[in-house]
Design a binder for this molecule. Structure first.
Ligand code: BJ8
Length: 423
């Protein structure tokens, strides 16, 4: 990597902390990703993006900023990238996938807060996240109680914060609320840029994001082959990078990778052996660099064939209808697309369990591993009904509850190995 010390200093990062984070991250990446066998050549691009995630990509964002674009950071797949792009801004997902500065975090948050929330507080307090620091606006959403209440504190730590209220059910009034919130978000973006979003801007924003989602859907479909042409770890990595990379370039690279995977499928070549146990992973989002549970699963010889997660199918499936010829019609289409997201903060949330069943069937999975982050009430509560409903249908389920620490690795491996043996 080139020397980015000046850029990191200008962004206000704590260089010692940041060096420690990068060293850790680099080591984990080498041992988890680069040690895999039979990786498609197209993964080279995604390895490169990861190696430059705090370097070249941040430089690009700063160049965009100099050219007048605003950078919008967000934590949730309910924040529509279509609207951000239509406003002439760039969207970045703020990762929250590793523990950092835990002692500092526990001075401002209760200990029994989920790792994901603690993680973004740790990145902020430890001054190690260039994406957070480069963002002109950070959007927080009222989803689970943990995020909603912690944003009251977090919003005081950043210069420009926008709170988005989200519905908790799928009633007509709830849809009205979502539309109201998206209109308020549009107004905020327009105020920041000093420009109104036009019909063509929004059409273009929708087209760019639809193309990205179509490429990711193509990748998902290719994983239904036996043997699957790509490991679950690599597919997860691509889904994680979807939140950081330039969307047009990313789409091109995913499609190029899919061309290669199509050939591998024709030649019956896979990331793992034919008939390897096939697993769908379902539950809390896995933000970069949270690779712990997938690494444990694939170390057993099993292959992950789908992620029912916001960093995966829940976040990326369904495109937006771009056929309306008024701004209001297009905003309605955006609302309709996002209103389908079956996050566990919604109640009731029967669609999610149906979606998991459908994914298990379409991917020919032998079992589902439900991944719940400790203290995440929405997903852990739902995991009981997910298990009951799927097992009634003959699908084996393993419920895991964990955090970002490495302390339970032994116990996790034992449980996952035992599960993989019986499926
Ligand atoms: S749409 S899943 S990205 S809210 S793990 S912080 S739920 S206590 S992240 Fe999410 Fe949007 Fe829903 Fe998706 Fe709370 Fe659970 Fe922590 Fe969580």
């Amino acid at each position: 990597m080139a020397d980015y010390t000046k850029m990191w200093t200008d962004l206000g990062l704590n260089l010692d902390n940041h060096d420690a984070l990068l060293e850790n991250l680099g080591g984990a990446y080498q041992s988890i990703f680069m040690s895999q066998e039979h990786r498609p050549e197209g993964m080279g691009y995604f390895d490169f993006v990861m190696s430059e995630a705090h370097g070249l990509r941040i430089q690009e964002l700063r160049d965009e900023q100099e050219a007048g674009r605003k950078i919008i950071g967000s934590f949730c797949v309910f924040v529509p990238e279509e609207l951000v792009l239509a406003a002439g801004c760039t969207s970045v997902g703020l990762c929250a996938g590793a523990d950092f500065a835990q002692e500092e975090v526990e001075k401002v948050l209760p200990r029994n807060t989920c790792s994901l929330i603690k993680s973004f507080f740790g990145f902020k307090l430890g001054k190690v996240c260039p994406y957070m620091e480069v963002s002109d606006l950070i959007v927080g959403e009222n989803t689970c109680d943990g995020k909603k209440k912690s944003f009251e504190i977090f919003s005081q730590m950043v210069p420009n914060f926008f709170q988005m209220d989200l519905p908790q059910n799928k009633a007509p009034m709830a849809r009205k609320l979502l539309k109201h919130e998206y209109e308020a978000f549009i107004a905020k973006l327009e105020e920041m840029t000093g420009k109104r979003i036009g019909l063509e801007d929004l059409k273009q924003g929708i087209a760019t994001v639809n193309a990205k989602r179509n490429a990711l859907a193509r990748l998902s479909k290719l994983r239904t082959a036996n043997p699957s042409p790509i490991s679950g770890l690599d597919a997860l990595l691509i889904n994680q990078i979807a939140f950081l990379d330039n969307p047009v370039r990313f789409t091109g690279k995913v499609n190029a990778l899919c061309d290669e995977l199509e050939l591998l499928v024709k030649e019956n070549k896979g990331a793992k052996v034919e008939n390897a146990p096939r697993v769908v992973i379902s539950g809390c989002p896995m933000a970069i660099p949270n690779w712990k549970v997938p690494a444990v699963i694939e170390a057993t010889g099993a292959v992950i064939v789908g992620e029912e997660s916001c960093i995966g199918e829940r976040g990326q499936r369904n495109t937006t209808d771009a056929s309306a010829d008024t701004i209001d019609g297009l905003i309605d289409a955006v609302v309709d697309r996002y209103f389908k997201i079956d996050c566990a903060v919604f109640t009731p949330n029967q669609e999610r369990v149906e979606h998991i069943k459908e994914m298990a069937k379409n991917t020919n999975a032998d079992g589902v591993i439900h991944y719940g982050l400790q203290f995440c009430q929405p997903y852990i509560m739902e995991s009981f009904s997910v298990e009951k409903t799927l097992e009634k249908d003959g699908v084996s389920v393993l419920r895991l509850e964990t955090d970002y620490s490495q302390e339970d690795m032994g116990q996790l491996s034992t449980r996952v190995e035992a599960f993989v043996e019986i499926i």
